[in-house]
Structures are given as C-alpha cells and as structure tokens.
Design a protein around this ligand. Sequence first.
Ligand SMILES: [Zn+2]
Length: 315
Amino acid sequence: MIINPSSRVSLKTTSNPLLLEKAQWNLTGLFMHDAFILDFIRKIRDHVNVSPFKWVHGAPLSYIWNGGRVDPEFQITRKALDKILDAYQSLDTGCMLTFSNRFISKHDLDDPDCNYLLNRLNGAAPKKNGVIVASDVLADYIRTTYPNLHLMASIIKVTCEKGEGDLLYYKSLESAFDSYVLDVNDNVNYPLLENLDRSNVEILVNSSCVYHCPHKAEHYDLLVKMHDKKNGVTMDTVLEYQKKNCTAYPVGRQLGKTRNHCLTMTELHTLYDMGFRHFKLQGRYTTSLIGILHDICHYVFENEQIGPQVFHSFI
Ligand SMILES: [Zn+2]
C-alpha cells in the first residue's frame, strides 16, 4: 500500500485546546478536592496554556450557611482555610462560597466561622471572590457587610421560588444580584433565553436530575437538614429518599432509559453561539474525582485530542 505523504497524521495537537474559547467556568470542589484542583489548574496553565476556570465553588461541609453537600462532622482549621484560599488567589482563581442554605435566619448571621471566610475573601480585589446564596436575609447582610464580594443567586433559590420559565422573575434577579444560576429546566428554553442579559446568567451543564422532576426542591432542602442532627437526616437517608422518589437516582437507573439535564454538545454550542459565557460544573452528588475530571474533559476541553489527553494525564 502506498501512503501519500500529504495524508500523514500531523503530530501537533489542535491549535485551540478549549471547546468554547471564551467560556468562563465555575468548578466544584472548593474545600473538598483542593490538592487535585490546584495541581490541575497549575498544570493546564503551564502545559496547555489555558485558564478556563474563573471560579471554584464550595464551602466547608459543616458550616451552617452551606447549602450544598453537608457533613456535620467536617472540621478544618482557619490556618488550613487560609492556606487553601491563598493558593487559589496565587493562581488568580476566584473562590465562590456555596452559602446557599435557604433557611438562614437573622439569628444565624453572626456565625463566626462563616463570617471569617467572608471577611477573608472580601479583602481581595472587588468582585474577585463571591458567594452563592438562596436566602434573602443572607443576601441583604452580604450586600451591606461584604460589598466587595460577587453576589450570585443560587439555583436553589430559583428552583424553590419556582422561577422556571418566568422572564419577570429572572429580570428581578438581574437587578438584585451580580449574577444568578438558571433553573436547569430552562437550559433549553431558547425563547426565554433570548431575553436574558448574557452577562448575568450562569448555566449548570451537568445536573444529573431529570427534566421536570417534581422533587427538585426536596433534593436541595433535604441536604441542609443534615446540619441539625435532631432532624435525623443523614447522607444515607437522603440517598434513600432520592432513590424512592426521583427516577434519576441512583444515576445507573437512567442507563438506556431516559436523558437527564447534562447538556448535549449541540445544546452547549447553541448556548455559546447565543452569547452565553458563564457555565457551571457541579458536584452535588458527584463526589468522585474521576467523575469531576470526566465532566471537565468532556465540557471544557476540545473533545478529540486535548480532552482525552488531559483525562489520561490526571487519572
Ligand atoms: Zn429529581
């Protein structure tokens, strides 16, 4: 067989290593997978020459304002917190605290640990770091006490207040917050999306719940009940509830039967072409690093060469 020299494979990698060149990503894992994420950000900056992560989000699992995954036994010293925040700052990556417990009351606002973190992040450049909130009481407190922080309305707020499909509701968030996360049911609601200010919207691309699941609010609310041991809610009971009520959990049940909110490449490109630039990779029920790494390589990097190369470099 004669091989035409012009058909030989180029040994150079693709010229654009990112799937969406101007996308800014908000990555899960703060206070959970920091050693890995910091090493990852550093290496892709130095070897692939890209910095796609504007934020990394999370919160110490036991902190009362935390509205993501909860573990009341979680402990971390302030010295360790400082070291983590300094490391992200040195890489010019913003920290976004998931203080999205929507049941925060005025009595909770003087929590010393949560205030320590906010005070620490508020000392950086304006809007460099931020907070994701679902409680209006907490939002008001942060606006006045920590004005340097970027204030983002949580998907928990949007979903639990039934903002889905409601243009006026989203417009109210545009004026009250620096940004907000879209209800996942609206990720493909293009007539609505056409009317939103692109600079305010963040789109969650990898939610594993299913379209129009009636239990979305409970998914969120059950997790924060774990803060108070008197509620008798543990991660096991949360997962048991999900399994009983939501067809999406455990994720293996979806296999071959239905699709979930994880965006297809066509949907993601459509959003990007519409001008949306802010995207989020969550980890609410994805605790494994390999799952997070998979989603990064799938959504953030060019899929044919760089994504697989990055994936295999870090597993
Ligand atoms: Zn569900």
